[in-house]
Design a protein around this ligand. Sequence first.
Ligand SMILES: Cc1cc2nc3c(=O)[nH]c(=O)nc-3n(C[C@H](O)[C@H](O)[C@H](O)COP(=O)(O)OP(=O)(O)OC[C@H]3O[C@@H](n4cnc5c(N)ncnc54)[C@H](O)[C@@H]3O)c2cc1C
Length: 400
Amino acid sequence: MTAVRNVLISGASIAGPALAHWLHRHGIGATVVERAPAPRTGGYAIDVRGVALDVAERMGVLDGIRSSVTEMTRATIVDARGRRGGGFEASSIATDGRSLELLRGDLVRLLHAPTTEYTEYLYGDSVAEIEQGEDGVRVTFEHAAPRVFDLVVGADGLHSTTRRIAFGPEEPHRRFLGSYLSIFTVPNHPGLDREAVLFNTPGRLVAMYHTPRAEGAKAMFALSAREENGVDRRPPRDQREFLRRTFTGHGWEADRVLAAMEEAPDFYFDSVTQIRMDRWSTGRVTLLGDAGYCPSPMSGQGSSLAMVGAYVLAGELARHDGHAAALAAYEARMRPFVRANQAVADAGTDFLLPRTRLGLVTRDLAVRAAPLLSRLGTFDTKLSRAAEALELDAPAPAGA
Ligand SMILES: Cc1cc2nc3c(=O)[nH]c(=O)nc-3n(C[C@H](O)[C@H](O)[C@H](O)COP(=O)(O)OP(=O)(O)OC[C@H]3O[C@@H](n4cnc5c(N)ncnc54)[C@H](O)[C@@H]3O)c2cc1C
């Protein structure tokens, strides 16, 4: 079996450009196809945590990440009238330095820009058909002429087209985590300064946060739902209507956020869902990042999994002569790490969106106890352990 020499990556967000970088370092060529007309740089605050920071350092983007942090310092809990209750330090740089928070768009820019020197990007296009053969994969695009690649990598997110073409419909791979999440930019009415503010009732959250790295403030609605109601697959008009029905008159800033939602340039709405698959590869097609193993926003680990996955996949492709052995090794190394990080999502939901009054009281007590626990050194969370649960092998030589 011959080594993989040219790879098609579908998706130019976090996983895609990170993989293009590492393939180049190993002397493997990549073409990236992205449905959007340009890199999608908007978005919410994300954390790069644990091993992903080591990957970032080896990519040469760690300083860029450090200088792009959101500068947020605090999270405060308010009641329906906006009266401030408990709060906790929520620094964009964790005290141990093993978690850095930045805007998703800034991370995309940092990962994407250096790769443009050596990577072919096809914007405004998508994979339409994939035909696997003995010696390669023939890919038909929606616009570009068909081409043959040694390997196709689906890095096209939670609702991956590559996954649908190669593995069938999304349904059997989805694990609905019982909530919906919406986030978008609004005017900074409450005059927040580098702070997040959360207003919870059982099973509902209205939150806002401000970072000097973005215009206005980001607003977030979250709500729990025992059953899926399909609203995430409806047009944005219906999703806005659903949020209006759920949050009108809810208290604190809810009505002003709903009014601003109509004009929001970057309205995001989705179900909180994980992707769990028995295998990520079939023949010469494999999946990376959210496409293969989305841990959901509630885990706070999606970007980190995407970056670490890119590093591991490229390393295994360089190490093995044939794609089959490389993809088997990629799965074997990544699976325990993915499992550990997907497992933190439920705790994330319990923290951000307690479903019951008791859950809410327990969460608020935990918030009050957190500074003491961290001083006593007993606040070693499941999340930070999961984020460190993979040992990187030796880095590829720079400029390979
Ligand atoms: C509100 C929210 C908060 C989050 N917070 C965190 C956090 O704190 N920490 C963290 O690590 N993660 C967080 N995440 C998750 C994180 O954003 C994702 O896990 C991460 O972006 C995954 O990267 P990806 O490159 O795999 O996929 P995506 O970022 O989803 O990118 C997929 C790319 O593929 C493109 N695409 C889609 N379909 C096609 C197609 N047919 N053809 C070509 N291109 C296509 C898309 O345009 C996009 O550019 C959060 C997510 C949300 C929604």
